[in-house]
Design a protein. Structure first.
Lengths: 152, 152
DNA sequence: ATAAACCTGAGAGTTAGCTCTAAGTCAAGA
DNA sequence: TCTTGACTTAGAGCTAACTCTCAGGTTTAT
């Protein structure tokens, strides 16, 4: 069962333009061609695209993804490199999640800040608010922010 | 206490070039100027930069950040808009975290895959591996991936 | 007073990752 | 056979977010 680039594009939900761009960048060395030069995608190519998508989601640049694809094409001699790469990428994503969770805390604080301001009709309410009227979790974020500020 | 752009750049760890770029994009309407036109940053401007940084980390484009800064400059009449914006941004970040956690699962699977291949000396080991030799958590990811694949 | 270091805005250049156009080739249905 | 739509490559264009260069003005320390 073979697919043209247009059919495969629908399957993986990536435009044919983008698939050709990936091919040009060397991300799809596994794709077969017909005699007349037309790309023939297979079902198993779907798995390759899943790996590519996964690495893209980690923020890895296309050049580095190409390096990794080339390692796979090279065979078992590159297993160590591939393992190292995934370990590093795993750590990178763990850091990204931690970073986003910090950002989320600040956003939660800001939501509370504007909920309170909305109820009072003015942001000025935050000049007179008492510490004990601030919810526990919000107060912690507020104090963390102050600390960062005073570091500089 | 006023800072020149160079001094402030060090404080917030952003290059003077980038700060001028932000100013040009309208992100720093609160920065005062000396008679001769030189920017005079204040301690409290640090907080503005913290908000800008926070929104940038959520992936918000500079134009949208400018809209938000303009709302703050407009005063209390824009509190509702600002609250809505933060609520949406909070949801967006929660989705990003969920997405990264899925990606992390796949990376963990790949780490296990290559650890196993490394021990065996070949990726071919995965053609003959028994289900019961796959750790519980890894097996779950593997099955989830299969399901996604068969959807198409 | 003068050199060094820093400031200014305008605008050019860079990078990544698409996204599209053009000119031509190929394949399937009426 | 002919039309229509999808395929091909090369290469141009686009957007975001910087990043840097330039020519000129300002500040500060000797």
């Amino acid at each position: 069962m073979y697919y043209t680039i247009g059919e495969f594009a629908k399957k993986v939900n990536i435009s044919p333009h983008t698939l050709r761009f990936y091919a040009k960048e060397g991300l799809l060395p596994f794709v077969e061609r017909s005699e007349s030069g037309i790309r023939m995608f297979k079902d198993e190519d779907f798995e390759w695209l899943m790996i590519i998508e996964c690495l893209k989601k980690t923020g890895m640049p296309i050049k580095d993804i190409k390096t990794f694809i080339d390692w796979i094409m090279e065979g078992d001699s590159t297993i160590d490199k591939r393992l190292d790469m995934f370990k590093k990428q795993k750590e990178a994503v763990e850091k990204q999640i931690a970073q986003l969770q910090e950002t989320l805390e600040l956003l939660k604080y800001k939501c509370w800040y504007y909920e309170t301001a909305k109820n009072a009709g003015t942001c000025a309410v935050h000049n007179t608010i008492k510490l004990e009227d601030i919810p526990e979790d919000i107060r912690l974020v507020k104090e963390r922010l102050k600390k960062i500020h005073s570091l500089y």
